[in-house]
Design a protein around this ligand. Structure first.
Ligand code: GAR
Length: 219
């Protein structure tokens, strides 16, 4: 069974959706360890309450990003991790991690990449005036929210949305697609060619979405 290591920094709702998917037998994987860079992350409590091993690796003790990532990769390898899952882990990874886990690190981002990489992206999407936003699961490379895209889910942006409303709508989709992406990996169904990720046996979507749907041409 695929052994995953989940990296967290905060509330851990994505971690929770992965735990729930495993417990409901929708995801065929086991969580070998949850690692947080933030000792106060609520995600740690979530892991502990499901008897999952946890480690805290604060950034403070390391002078350079590479030194931190070397220690992080050693910790993950020590727990036998085969796939690294970044679930709200707010750090950009450097060479030691990317070399230790080539195309074996996933991240989830609350926007339709390549639009709105970085932080506070729900607010940026609202302010920009996009009609759709969503979330993206992707493999991690050296860029910020940049690697090959595995799954995206789209949500509408409504006229009276607050940042919180939009964030909640996106988060619900995150909780749906992240376990799916991990399951596809665990079934060996993801093939990466350059920037493109193909899903073996995946169905194709061929219809368009329109937002807002205005009645213009009669009907
Ligand atoms: C999620 O919305 C995730 O997409 C985002 O942090 C949140 C973590 O929530 N990650 C990023 O913005 C990474 N660029 P959670 O701790 O409740 O899972």
């Amino acid at each position: 069974m695929l052994k995953i290591g989940v990296l967290v920094s905060g509330g851990g709702t994505n971690l929770q959706s992965i735990i729930d998917s495993i417990e409901d037998k929708r995801l065929d994987a086991s969580i070998a360890v949850v690692i947080s860079d933030n000792p106060d992350a609520y995600a740690i409590e979530r892991a502990r309450s499901h008897s999952i091993r946890t480690e805290v690796l604060p950034r403070g003790g390391f002078a350079a990003r590479e030194a931190y990532d070397l220690a992080l990769s050693a910790l993950l390898k020590g727990h036998g991790v085969e796939l690294v899952v970044m679930a709200g882990f707010m750090r950009i990874l450097s060479r030691p991690m990317l070399e230790a886990f080539p195309m074996r690190i996933m991240n989830i981002h609350p926007a339709l990449l390549p639009s709105f990489p970085g932080l506070n992206v729900q607010k940026k999407a609202l302010e920009f005036g996009v009609k759709f936003s969503g979330c993206t699961v992707h493999f991690v490379d050296e860029g910020l929210d940049n690697g090959p895209i595995i799954i995206q889910a789209v949500v509408p942006v409504k006229d009276n949305d607050t940042v919180e409303d939009l964030g909640k709508r996106i988060l619900a989709e995150e909780h749906r697609i992240y376990p799916q992406a991990i399951q596809l990996f665990s079934e060996g169904r993801l093939r990466v060619e350059g920037r493109r990720v193909f899903v073996k046996g995946g169905a194709e979507a061929d219809s368009a979405l329109e937002n807002p749907v205005a009645t213009i041409f009669g009907g």
